[in-house]
Write a protein that binds this ligand. Structure first.
Ligand SMILES: C[S@@+](CC[C@H](N)C(=O)[O-])C[C@H]1O[C@@H](n2cnc3c(N)ncnc32)[C@H](O)[C@@H]1O
Length: 405
């Protein structure tokens, strides 16, 4: 039975989900500032119907569009970061298991000797000689226009580095390193020397096969989506203009300096991309006025991408000011200074207090002062009168909710 929606208690709905809930595709590769699939799951079920378009213009690892496809909606995602594009594209339009297995086998069996000349020393220090040769082979062979290859690339990006304990099965290809982000090459070099780390003796194809088997890839008739690389400050791309979204669900970059390029230098090497150019192309600012101006441009360009009867949901965390330690409700500022002046209507706000310290801050053991404590989701729409109620929402049965439609 549907329930009338109470926004003040809505976050309890996803807090009730089992830990690590989600389809295995969500965990192909970790990504900075990703949200858990439980949150878009609730919003997609609540505000859209099967067949509707759901779009995320800051798609990151593709969480919202993947969750939308899984629920039978057309999930679309774009991001200016080439790493985010590959991950989103691979996941919203995955090959079937058979297609992926065949292609992987073909790549394994056709492997030729390769030269490793030209591989930078900061990459060499992470892997065994055999792994380097296999990586070079795949780096030159995988064609990102093909959906099977894109998917294999996404799997590979997910195992480029991971923690490793000698004697235990390796979960990644590298010397022991966090999986979430690549630490600076200088730091890693010193760490390897100090701890005399040895790279694991693994086979790239074996590891990819094992990972692939866990993916529960959908069959050939399942709903698939679309992804493209785009700066959200530019006019919305044709796919969404042709079929505007019933729901845009997104989490823009934070008001902080996150270097998606710099801290993904290993994965970007695999993608033949320069981390510095990636960072130059993304918005990353600690300046409040620049941030609000950025969001104002984005919200203007997004307007034609949202249906007249659609919703634009923005997930924005509170920020703690460096000097004063004061908490700023950034979502409210975005509403007052960026969305309202453009004519967006505020339908409601969902507040979600995070129970623990922000994960990235914990790993870095610094920047604690800036950790997000409360996330807020602004629910905006075009012209609907306040008196039109938000739709009801069926209760989520988490245990039964991870199949692909
Ligand atoms: C908070 S993350 C989104 C994470 C995503 N929700 C997920 O679950 O993985 C913000 C994203 O904005 C992207 N980004 C930064 N500046 C951008 C811009 N100007 N245009 C489009 N994307 C941008 C970053 O690459 C990053 O993926």
């Amino acid at each position: 039975m549907s329930e009338h929606v109470s926004l003040s208690t809505m976050s309890r709905r996803w807090r009730r989900a089992p830990r690590r809930w989600g389809h295995p595709l969500h965990s192909v590769c970790s990504y900075f500032a990703m949200f858990p699939p439980t949150i878009p799951h609730v919003f997609v079920r609540w505000l859209t119907k099967p067949g509707d378009v759901v779009y995320d213009p800051f798609s990151g690892r593709g969480t919202a569009p993947v969750e939308a496809c899984r629920l039978g909606r057309l999930g679309m995602g774009s991001d200016a970061n080439p790493l985010a594009y590959v991950l989103t594209a691979a996941k919203v339009d995955p090959p079937t298991m058979l297609e992926a297995q065949r292609r992987l086998l073909m790549l394994r069996e056709s492997m030729q000797p390769v030269t490793t000349r030209g591989v930078p020393s900061q990459i060499r220090m992470l892997y065994s000689g055999k792994v380097i040769r296999q990586l070079i082979w795949l780096r030159d062979r995988l064609d990102l226009q093909r959906r099977d290859d894109r998917f294999i690339m996404a799997l590979l990006l997910g195992v480029m580095h991971a923690n490793y304990k000698p004697g235990r099965p390796a979960r990644g290809l590298s010397i022991s390193m966090p999986n979430t982000f690549s630490m600076s090459p200088e730091y890693v070099r010193r760490y390897i020397e100090e701890h005399r780390l040895k790279p694991p003796d693994v086979d790239v194809f074996d590891l990819l096969e094992i990972k692939l088997e866990r993916m529960r890839l959908p069959g050939s008739t399942a709903t698939r989506g679309l992804a493209w690389q785009q700066d959200a400050r530019e006019p919305a791309a044709q796919p969404v203009l042709d079929r505007p979204a019933k729901l845009v669900f997104t989490s823009p970059p934070y008001l902080s300096v996150i270097k998606y390029g710099k801290y993904n230098w290993v994965r970007l090497w695999m993608l033949k991309q320069d981390p510095r150019s990636v960072d130059e192309s993304l918005v990353s600012t600690g300046s409040r006025s620049k941030y609000l101006a950025f969001l104002s441009t984005v919200l203007k360009e997004l307007a034609p991408a949202v249906r007249e009867d659609g919703y634009l949901c923005l997930m924005i965390g509170d920020v703690r000011e460096r000097g004063t330690g004061k908490n700023t409700n950034l979502a409210e500022l975005v509403w007052e200074e960026a969305a309202r002046p453009l004519g967006w209507k505020l339908r409601g706000v969902v507040n979600d207090r995070l129970p623990t310290e922000h994960k990235v801050s914990r790993i870095w053991k610094r920047g604690r002062g800036q950790a997000t404590k409360t996330d807020r989701i602004l629910i905006l729409s075009h012209n609907v009168r306040r008196s039109v109620p938000l739709p009801p929402l069926d209760p989520v049965r988490w245990a039964a909710a991870t199949a692909w439609a």
